[in-house]
Design a binder for this molecule. Structure first.
Ligand code: COA
Length: 195
């Protein structure tokens, strides 16, 4: 398990499949994914069986630490061991759980795992350019916009632009150092105030 302050990432169990199917069939969710067809539990089970055999893919459920309540999913696909890169994907927080910081924390946990545990060098992703919520989440984590694929995906009756964002290990480490330094600074200024 990959544990943060409020959520942890854990492996998927068979009895999660119904929840996953329901989330993926929710228009609030599938609208932001590139390919959609209505999913059945049988299809999801078949996908799960195949997923368990693949070494180049990881997929976790995010659940709250307090209540062990599933709140979302996140994963790495297209893991390329020689080039030490992977694509971040399947990022979703269930509609009623959004805006609580879960999306940010689970993405931070995934980056920590990818860079510090799997020793990857680059994480990238593709997102609809007009998915402002997701784009601002990724930018707040240190992802940089690397390119725009114009009219790349046909969805909702129109061709949509897709942004490519990426973060390198060096950039991730520099951002982590900055966060540590600023928390040390705020700790020492707090103790100055207390004096
Ligand atoms: C994108 C998504 C994962 C964000 O999850 P979340 O739990 O709501 O996000 P958080 O509460 O952790 O917020 C993280 C950041 O998202 C951005 N954000 C959150 N709510 C937002 C809103 N209403 N408008 C714009 N940006 C918003 C902010 O940058 C925020 O960081 P901040 O709080 O430091 O400002 C979630 O909205 C979701 O599942 N959307 C549908 C599926 C999807 O779009 N997946 C991404 C496909 S690439």
């Amino acid at each position: 398990m990959i544990t943060g302050k409020h959520v942890r990432l854990r492996a998927i169990e068979e009895n999660d499949l119904l929840t996953l199917t329901n989330w993926r069939n929710d228009p609030e969710v599938y609208r932001q994914f590139f390919e959609y067809e209505p999913l059945s539990l049988v299809m999801e089970r078949k996908w799960f069986d195949e997923f368990l055999k693949r070494r180049e893919e990881k997929f976790w459920i995010a659940e709250t630490i307090k209540e062990s309540k599933p709140v979302g999913t996140i994963g790495l696909v297209n893991i390329h061991w020689r080039n030490r890169r992977a694509e971040m994907g399947r990022v979703l927080v269930c509609p009623e759980c959004r805006g609580n910081g879960y999306g940010k924390e689970m993405s931070e946990l995934l980056l920590e795992y990818a860079f510090d545990h799997m020793n990857l060098n680059r994480i990238y992703l593709e997102v609809f350019a007009d998915n402002t919520r997701a784009v601002s989440l990724y930018k707040s984590l240190g992802f940089l916009e690397e390119g725009l694929l114009r009219e790349h995906v046909f969805a909702d009756g129109r061709y949509c632009d897709v942004s490519i964002l990426g973060i390198l290990r060096e950039e991730y480490l520099a951002a982590s150092r900055q966060i540590q330094d600023s928390s040390v600074r705020s700790d020492s200024s707090n103790s100055e105030i207390k004096k």
